[in-house]
Design a protein around this ligand. Sequence first.
Ligand code: NAP
Ligand code: MG
Length: 442
Amino acid sequence: MLAELPSAGVEETDAAVERARAAYPAWRAVTPGDRAMLLHRLADRLDEQLEQLAVLEARNCGKPIADARAEMGMVRDTFRYYAGAPERLLGDTIPVAGGVDMTFREPLGVVGLITPWNFPLTIAAWKMAPALAAGNTLVLKPAELTPLTALEFERIALEAGIPAGVVNVVSGPGRVCGQRLVEHPDVAKVAFTGSTEVGRGIAEAAASTIKRVTLELGGKSANLVFADADLDAAAAAAPIAVFGNAGQDCCARSRILVERPALDSFMAGLERAVTAVRVGDPLDERTEMGPLISAGQRESVGSYVGDGAPVAIRGHAPAGPGFWFPPTVLAPVSNADRAARDEIFGPVACVIPFEDEADAVRIANDTIYGLSGSIWTRDGARALRVARALETGVISINSNTSVRVSTPFGGFKQSGIGRELGPHALESYSELKNVFYAVEGV
Ligand code: NAP
Ligand code: MG
């Protein structure tokens, strides 16, 4: 056993909200320069403790240590990036008759953050850093399966000099603590990452207090491979875009759309790449894919294999204890198949052939989701045309990356509401205030 923790309930959640409420006036009054300094100090502490945090995160969710290390680097960099924000929350002056009109970005107050188990501290940092930079205090409810790095973070924040009560972590069940945060009248906003199903419930429950809500939900992203692409590069890059984090990634490009003339050549390259994925002990430096998070997740992922579309490629997975699942490619798949419609959230990719550019765009957009995606082509005009035509929040061209600290991330359609990271995230952790000052003669 890794750890035993008490489980918080409604009472503990209310107490955390009360601590955050009590800490808010003083945190809001911290000067922008001092708030920036505290966030830098927090980034320094995270940097010093990066290795311990990475090991804890790897054990927390069974992810490869190399990935966990990169993620903890991103956690640090997210705080570093938003440390620059308190002094750059700029307003406007607007020309009007009879006076001066100006806008301010005001904090919301207490914000509630509800996060999933797939990138536990990383996704929490995407929410905490802009929330704190904008002058809010917060209550974080990590997923019950993976609370350890969040709890450790609370300690590090205190150590960095963030005043007590500004960062509060409540570890308990979503339907109890999460639900309470959504309903609590003193919580001004809820930022959620997780399933579309729970997100829908949160949007409904938030209505009773007109709570601000941002939602980062599921995805079923398309990886579009045109026949003129560097097919070797596209095939070599495809596995990590689906099997990274054992496929438990909302950005997983789990629908690989391939232009028909390139299909055979691409499949040959994909097979080489998939069978080379190193699946094994998360604490082994060379491991590229670990086990799934739970028995339930393995069962759910397994239900998509052998259920219609043929299994074209199967990678390796260790036997023995752990919720292992081999990297699996189904091909050919119709976009109408269940495996192409649902977010499987495991290492299962669907290869869907297409005829031409219009067909590719039609298939890619034929989903309730719209989070991420890639386009592989050597035709620059086509790359931009298709990027604009896709109903998705993030697109990369000749690359399968989705997330950078300084650029916006979030979904179209049922993949969510709002954007995280980059300058835009600050907007959803603050209110815009308009002030008119009557001055004769201006
Ligand atoms: P989930 O149920 O949506 O959980 C996400 C977070 O919401 C967790 O902290 C969870 O707490 C909490 N929660 C659950 N029910 C809640 C409620 N009624 N009110 C408020 N908060 C609540 O996701 P999951 O069960 O972990 O995973 C299920 C599926 O969601 C996955 O298979 C995948 O398709 C999707 N998912 C997507 C993402 C993403 O990055 N977009 C991440 C994770 C999962 P507890 O876990 O403590 O109950
Ligand atoms: Mg759940």
